[in-house]
Ligand binder design. Structure first.
Ligand code: ARG
Length: 460
């Protein structure tokens, strides 16, 4: 035959260019260990229901295990003319064990096979990514605790808004990543469903035992509909959406780190080993790790768009278009693993310059809201208090002073409700300590929130 897997009805082999164009083994060889596990479960099931003899099963299983070893040792030569990972492994099996190898594909198609492989791989990768997320989250919680008392400016519109604690900011990052982890766990439930048994699209005429295969491979469920199971890649899309959100969060963190490291802010320093230099400017120490993370976010978001677009025009059931799902998925997995790993390594080593953070919070009238709240507690309506403080800010600004620098007489000129004790609410520490409720920035709350975050993390 012109092709050992499907050549029967063909009068000539594929054009060389067609062969190169349609082959996927250069990238789907990454599925090999999962393909072998799936095949072993399938052969074991075929023997259980009497389609294969026990002897055939044993030879298939031993042959596949040997091939697994060959692949690990880099000895198997992947052949483009065998198209993909599935046919490369099957061909090698028959080469090694003869006739029994030709029976492995009974009651199965590459369509349900590839969907199974992909789900096995993704399930494992999700578990690894969630472990990396957990490592990063643990680092952020430690940092939050360490810097629970460090006052920094909180921003809205990138303008100084109100003082917050550095620890509170770290727990905001951790909260985003906690949701990402929960989303991945939820996606995993829909990934962990067995397609095998759907065969090409309609099921198979053999008396297969799908729950037995599911159990061997650790799938929680058997896919309900064969047409759906071989054709939809929504589980890939869902994962890519989760991944795009993870990257979006890492990118926002990157943006803040880049700003904070800039001497104009000077809030934090990164160890030299996480930075690189300039080829021309000798003084430069650049925050390349966060910058590249921010840059890589674009490709992951792009991969989500790619697979959504790949899916949108496909009629049921399997179409070869789906071969294009793998490179975006694999690249996303590698990108996430790298970025999360680097962040998890790096975050515990961030050095916070607490005095610089405090100086920045002291500029920009960060306690103006506290003064307005003070007036409200003395019976002034909030909207009136807002205007009074606005005028005080303008006067302070014109004099080049901060609110706390204005003498009591000057302050009382804006409102008779102001008394000597006003200076307590105008301090940065007073301001943060006063936001003393669940979700607030007070150091005591940050410590309590760190405890809760750590408990949630260990229950994850
Ligand atoms: N390599 C294909 C894929 O990645 C799987 C094989 C299905 N091919 C086929 N001609 N039915 O989706």
């Amino acid at each position: 035959p012109t092709n050992q897997s499907w050549g029967g009805r063909f009068s000539e082999g594929p054009d060389a260019r067609v062969q190169r164009f349609t082959a996927s083994v250069s990238f789907d060889c990454r599925l090999a260990p999962y393909d072998i596990r799936g095949s072993i479960a399938h052969a074991t099931m075929l023997a259980k229901v009497g389609v294969l003899t026990d002897d055939e099963r044993d030879r298939i299983v031993a042959g596949l295990q040997d091939i697994d070893g060959e692949i690990h040792r880099g000895e198997l030569e992947w052949r483009d003319d065998l198209e993909d990972v599935h046919m490369n492994i099957e061909a090698r099996l028959t080469e090694r064990i003869g006739e029994a190898g030709k029976k492995l594909h009974t009651g199965r198609s590459r369509n349900d096979q590839v969907a199974t492989d992909l789900r096995l791989l993704l399930r494992e990768e999700i578990d690894d990514l969630r472990a990396e997320l957990a490592r990063l989250r643990a680092g952020l919680i430690d940092l939050a605790e360490r810097e629970a008392d460090t006052v920094m400016p909180g921003f809205t519109h990138m303008q100084v808004a109100q003082p917050v604690t550095f620890g509170h900011h770290m727990l905001a990052w951790e909260a985003m990543l906690a949701r990402d982890s929960a989303r991945l766990a939820d996606t995993r439930r829909r990934v962990n469903v067995l397609p095998l048994g759907s065969a090409a699209l309609a099921g198979t005429t053999f008396p297969i035992d799908r729950p037995f295969v599911a159990e061997q491979l650790g799938f929680d469920e058997v896919a309900e509909n064969s047409l759906d199971a071989v054709s939809d890649r929504d589980f890939v899309i869902e994962f890519l959406a989760d991944a795009a959100l993870v990257m979006t969060h890492l990118s926002r963190m990157a943006e803040e780190l880049v700003l904070w490291i800039s001497p104009a802010f000077g809030f934090v320093e990164l160890p030299d080993r996480y930075c690189t230099g300039s080829s021309i400017m000798p003084q430069k120490k650049n925050p390349d790790v966060p910058e590249i993370v921010r840059g890589k976010t674009g490709r992951v978001t792009g991969h989500l768009m790619a697979v959504l677009t790949l899916m949108k025009g496909q009629p049921l059931a399997y179409n070869r278009d789906n071969q294009e799902d793998k490179e975006p998925l694999f690249d996303t997995l590698d990108t996430l693993r790298d970025c999360l790993g680097l962040y998890a390594d790096m975050m515990p080593h961030i050095r916070v310059d607490a005095p610089a953070c405090r100086r920045a919070a002291a500029r920009g009238f960060a306690t103006a809201t506290d003064l307005a709240d003070y007036l409200v507690r003395r019976g002034v309506a909030f909207r009136d208090a807002h205007e009074i403080v606005g005028k005080a800010v303008r006067a302070a600004q014109e004099g080049g002073l901060d609110l706390a620098d204005l003498p009591l007489d000057t302050l009382r000129g804006f409102s008779g409700a102001i008394e000597e004790d006003v200076y307590q609410v105008l301090t940065l520490d007073g301001s943060v300590a006063a936001r003393d409720h669940i979700g607030g920035t007070a150091p005591a709350q940050v410590r309590a929130a760190s405890d809760r975050a750590r408990k949630r993390l260990s229950a994850d």
